[in-house]
Design a protein around this ligand. Structure first.
Ligand code: MLT
Ligand code: MN
Ligand code: ZN
Length: 327
């Protein structure tokens, strides 16, 4: 009989302590696409199951997903919120990790909010941060312009608190934020424009932990630039809006066009699963999952296919701890 020794036992205690304490934390606040699950006007099987969960404790929810948003932080620092969902208040309320820091009656747990786009499901939550004393917003020029004009959230917020804006690349505490513009048009409320930067993939690297995360809740294409951008990351959270075009058929023409214009399907040739399955990244997850998507049912063949390809399905409240062994 051979004796197996876990590799972690070979690490010195100080190194072990450093690994444990220096990890970057990533909290999935919401994992659903626009409208969440259940969507208020939908009776599809996923939404029906999600309604059945209304009286279950949060940790027992399977089908329920609030609108996508994540939070990241390095040890000893406040959180970076990535996208501000319309569900922000309930997402904060149920996360002990996001409680205001001790020491004062009013204190923000947030250092800044970074946006991947200015869409309704990613920007509306900014309005619910108005009780703060100031807000730092990291976004691209076209998104900043939209939020001051066509969807004037920032103009409204400025009646409540100062809004400081940073562009990419930005440094927030020990976090380095870099953005890759994707070939997607502006948000549906905005006039068509060929300008780049309406939607980006965001890469966050922690200087303390060495951890690196890429978040891309809207992915309209897989390019060589994207492949370079994600290479070497420890965790990749990718647009899982829909499985195949079939499920979009009952939608209004406008909604279907908006989804097809800025998201790739998971399944089929050219879909994201085929790409993700081959990527040598330790943790790969689908996020921004639409209520129509069959992967929301853990027993469905599509959910099993995703799992077998080595890709996870993010859920609300999922907490990851990231550390780069190379740092
Ligand atoms: C999207 O992800 O395409 C948008 O959330 C669509 C929308 O705002 O309805
Ligand atoms: Mn969306
Ligand atoms: Zn539904």
């Amino acid at each position: 009989m051979s004796l197996r020794v876990h590799p972690v036992l070979f690490l010195s205690i100080p190194r072990l302590q450093r690994i444990v304490s220096a990890r970057m934390r990533l909290l999935v606040l919401g994992s659903g696409a626009g409208g969440g699950v259940p969507q208020w006007n939908c009776r599809c099987p996923n939404c029906t199951q999600a309604r059945e969960e209304r009286d279950l404790p949060f940790s027992k929810n399977v089908f329920r997903h609030t609108q996508a948003s994540i939070a990241l932080r390095e040890a000893g620092e406040p959180w970076l919120l990535v996208n501000a969902s319309p569900d922000l208040c309930s997402q904060f309320a149920r996360q002990a990790e996001l409680a205001p820091p001790e020491g004062a009656m009013r204190a923000s747990p947030l250092a800044a909010v970074a946006l991947t786009d200015g869409q309704i499901d990613h920007a509306t939550g900014l309005l619910f941060l108005r009780e703060g004393t100031e807000l730092t917003l990291v976004c691209t020029d076209p998104v900043w312009k939209s939020l001051g004009s066509s969807f004037p959230i920032v103009s409204v917020l400025r009646h409540f608190l100062p809004v400081n804006r940073l562009s990419y690349p930005a440094q927030v505490g020990s976090l380095l934020l870099e953005a890759l513009p994707l070939r997607a048009g502006p948000a549906p409320y905005e006039a068509p424009s060929g300008e780049s930067g309406h939607v980006v993939a965001l890469r966050v690297t922690g200087k303390k932990s060495g951890g690196c995360v890429v978040y891309a809740p809207g992915l309209p294409e897989i390019s060589s630039e994207l492949a370079d951008f994600v290479a070497g990351s420890d965790c990749l959270l990718v647009d899982g809006t829909f499985w195949s075009e079939e499920e979009l058929a009952p939608m209004s023409r406008e909604r279907r066009r908006s989804i097809l214009g800025s998201h790739l399907p998971i399944s089929g040739p050219g879909g994201t699963l085929e790409w993700l399955a081959k990527l040598p990244i330790p943790q790969k997850l689908y996020v921004h999952i639409n209520n129509t998507n069959p992967i929301l049912d853990p027993g469905s063949p599509p959910a099993k296919e995703v799992k077998e390809a080595g890709v996870g399905i993010a859920y609300d409240g999922m907490l990851l701890s990231l550390y780069s062994p190379h740092s």
